[in-house]
Design a protein. Structure first.
Length: 373
């Protein structure tokens, strides 16, 4: 056994008292051990709570960062339309961040050197001609009124003419009585003549043209009055859009546009929020340089396909990064240059693989989708 020695003061104690003191010391040691174990358990529990709090703090920090990123998005730093910008936080023109990667200062604004000019030219048959002869000699003051014209220089001014008076055409449905049987027959009016007094197809067409160019209803009535001399009510103007849409829908025109777009080698697609059918909807666009097909719906893949252009399309779809187009696996997907500049600042190598194998193209590009994969 290891040897140990007691302090002199303990050695001087009687054995009974020494034993009592030792028992008391063991009891205190046992109580301290229990306290230490309880504190250790509390420390472990506090460590678990601290770890959970740190994890929650990290999650909340990431959530705050994501919310701040979303809240900071507007038309100047994302693909969101200007109409979605808060009215209380409109940025002044030219104050938004410049996202372009094009080098500045390489050319001045306006017409570039070598570009074809577009100077206004004189016409050969002006509507009116006014001659401006000199009244007297600028040298001696002699009267030149009866002198012949020596030379002249032509100048022309093109201006807006006052709105013409509306052309009113009267149709008289005449009735005649048969001399044989006495039956009265009434002549038939043209198809566009319905009410006793109404506007003609040209007026409807120009009104629809104003509304299609996103001119508000009331302003459209003012423009129609000033430019064509025809005064209409706001209620009549508001009804034109629905009538025009019904005529276009029943004519098969949009189906024909969709069929033509299916044959195009590349189609640009996009979606943007707008007010329609009394709420917020998305306007889906599929277009080329010469054709545009639009329809409204949600951002779901099913509503994207409702237009009839993209299902079964096998060309190149130029789009943004929205995942709603990912189900269109029969086409090649190309990143729109505007969105490409937002996320990538250097070319990336691509290899396009067709169904059945084989490389269609190798090199540098921005085509991101694969057909037949």
């Amino acid at each position: 056994m290891p040897e140990f020695s007691l302090p002199p003061e303990l050695l001087a104690l009687p054995p009974a008292e020494l034993a009592a003191r030792l028992a008391a010391a063991l009891e205190v040691s046992a109580r301290l051990r229990d306290v230490i174990e309880a504190q250790c358990e509390q420390l472990e529990a506090m460590k678990d709570q601290l770890a959970a709090a740190m994890t929650r703090t990290e999650q909340l920090a990431r959530r705050v960062e994501e919310l701040e990123r979303k809240a900071g998005k507007d038309s100047s730093n994302s693909g969101k339309p200007p109409s979605s910008d808060p009215v209380w936080d409109k940025k002044a023109a030219g104050k938004s961040a410049d996202r372009s990667i094009r080098e500045r200062g390489t050319r001045s604004p306006g017409k570039q050197p070598g570009a074809e000019g577009s100077t206004m030219k004189l016409v050969d048959d002006p509507d009116e001609t006014f001659c401006c002869p000199p009244g007297e000699c600028c040298g001696c003051g002699a009267d030149l009124e009866d002198e012949p014209v020596y030379a002249e220089r032509r100048h022309q001014v093109t201006d807006v003419a006052p709105a013409p008076a509306p052309a009113v055409t009267e149709y008289r449905a005449q009735a005649k009585q048969c001399p044989g049987c006495g039956t009265t027959s009434v002549g038939e009016l043209p198809g566009h003549v319905r009410a006793r007094a109404s506007f003609g197809p040209g007026t409807y067409a120009q009104a629809a043209n104003l509304l299609a160019c996103h001119v508000p209803v009331y302003r459209s009535t003012i423009l129609l009055a000033r430019m064509a001399g025809i005064r209409v009510s706001t209620g009549w103007m508001a009804s034109v859009r629905g009538k025009a849409a019904a005529l276009v829908a029943s004519s098969g025109f949009m189906e024909h546009v969709a069929a033509l777009l299916k044959t195009a080698p590349a189609v640009h697609v996009d979606e943007t929020p707008a007010r329609a059918a009394g709420g917020t909807r998305y306007v889906h666009l599929a277009c080329t340089r010469y054709l545009s097909h639009l329809h409204t719906g949600t951002r779901s893949a099913d509503d994207i396909d409702v237009g009839g252009v993209l299902p079964g399309y096998s060309g190149i779809i130029v789009r943004d990064g929205y995942a709603g187009y990912a189900h269109l696996t029969g086409a090649l997907h190309a990143w729109c240059g505007v969105h490409y500049a937002d996320t990538v600042v250097m070319p990336v190598p691509v290899r396009l693989v067709l169904a059945g194998g084989g490389a269609r193209a190798r090199g540098i590009g921005i085509i991101t989708g694969l057909r037949g994969t």
